[in-house]
Design a binder for this molecule. Structure first.
Ligand SMILES: Nc1ncnc2c1ncn2[C@@H]1O[C@H](COP(=O)(O)OP(=O)(O)O)[C@@H](O)[C@H]1O
Ligand SMILES: N[C@@H](CCOP(=O)(O)O)C(=O)O
Length: 326
């Protein structure tokens, strides 16, 4: 770019933040729209302010050549939403996104992208030289849930661990719990996708009362299984609220879950699918499930993952100041 020697020059002090956001698995069987865990597998982003308005996104990894690279990108839109809600204007941004979370697979990619944008906004607001502002946990969860539409992915993406999330007239709330170290997650990822919006359209408006009671008992039991008694994982991961209604749209997922459960592995649909989550009772059970899938379903990617306990993080990093024409 050539500089006009006659134009008055000023120094633009750029600010940069680095954000890490984990993938998530929501529902966990019976806990539809309520339970979720964060997984130690995620996206890394760096956002740098610039004098020019708008946004440019450089994506490497998942979504490269697919997701928008301008201000319509979900991460940028989410950051802009926070600023707008606070009556401020998002500065111009250059974003580097290194993505690992698969899209449209039930590992919470859209929730994590939203959380990434919100954390970028939170980091930039905190370091605002004129009017610094710290966002509360309630604000972070409120903004993220408003954008995602349900709180069960964004709560663990923000705060890590196992989260119970619920909505109230005052906004969404959450409780974070630490997962028992005997719980060993395995995520099985197919090559086909399922949009969460489509999966949600398959849910009935009403469910039989006995199915509601069934899920209340299993989800209460699941909290005990995940925090104290992993031997209860198989029984506590049964569900009648969502998986059956969506099964016909993902027959590969439905069939793999049936095969795994017949063999005693606590398999469920991860989020809205089509990935499968196995919350194994210990590493040996997880290894056996992984070997079974590798041998009989080699087209499914096998991810042996730990639970992420931290959730999304944001940290300021040094940025290079540039000279701009006025
Ligand atoms: N890192 C990202 N950057 C931009 N857009 C994203 C990102 N992650 C997800 N998305 C958008 O969200 C869509 C997937 O959302 P969704 O159907 O809810 O599936 P998932 O189960 O992966 O959350 C992608 O097709 C893409 O449009
Ligand atoms: N409770 C939601 C969870 C969607 O999770 P995702 O990872 O598929 O986005 C639902 O089941 O619709």
């Amino acid at each position: 770019m050539s500089m006009n020697a006659d134009a008055p020059q000023t120094t633009y002090a750029a600010r940069s933040v680095r954000v890490r956001v984990p993938a998530t698995s929501a529902n966990l069987g019976p806990g539809f729209d309520t339970l979720g865990i964060a997984l130690a597998y995620g996206d890394d982003l760096t956002a740098t302010t610039r004098a020019e308005s708008g946004a440019t996104v450089h994506v490497t990894g998942v979504g490269e050549g697919e997701v928008p690279t301008d201000a319509s990108n979900l991460v940028v839109r989410s950051a802009a939403y926070v600023y707008e809600q606070l009556g401020r204007e998002l500065p111009g941004l250059t974003l580097e996104a290194h993505n690992r979370i698969p899209h449209g697979r039930g590992m919470g990619s859209s929730g994590s992208a939203i959380v990434a944008g919100i954390m970028i906004a939170a980091g930039l607001l905190e370091s605002d030289p004129e009017s610094p502002l710290s966002l509360t946990e309630a604000q972070l969860l409120g903004f993220a849930t408003a954008l995602e539409g349900h709180p069960d992915n964004v709560a663990p993406a923000l705060f890590g661990g196992l989260t119970i999330a619920w909505t109230t007239p005052e906004g969404p709330k959450f409780k974070k719990l630490m997962v028992h170290r005997g719980v060993a997650p395995l995520v099985l990822v197919p090559s086909f996708t399922m949009s969460t919006e489509l999966a949600r359209s398959l849910q009935p408006e009403q469910v039989p009362h006995e199915d509601a009671v069934f899920n209340v008992s299993r989800s209460a039991l699941l909290i005990a299984a995940l925090t104290q008694s992993p031997e209860l994982l198989f029984e506590s991961t049964e569900d009648r609220l969502h998986q059956n209604y969506r099964g016909a749209a993902m027959p590969g997922t439905r069939d793999l879950i049936a095969e795994l459960r017949e063999r005693g592995y606590p398999a469920v649909v991860s989020g809205a699918g089509p990935s499968v989550l196995v919350m194994s009772n210990g590493p040996q059970e997880r290894l056996a499930a992984a070997d079974f899938v590798a041998e009989h379903h080699p087209d499914w990617r096998v991810l042996t993952l730990a639970v992420d306990t931290k959730g999304a993080t944001v940290e300021p990093i040094p940025a290079i100041s540039s000279r701009v024409s006025q």
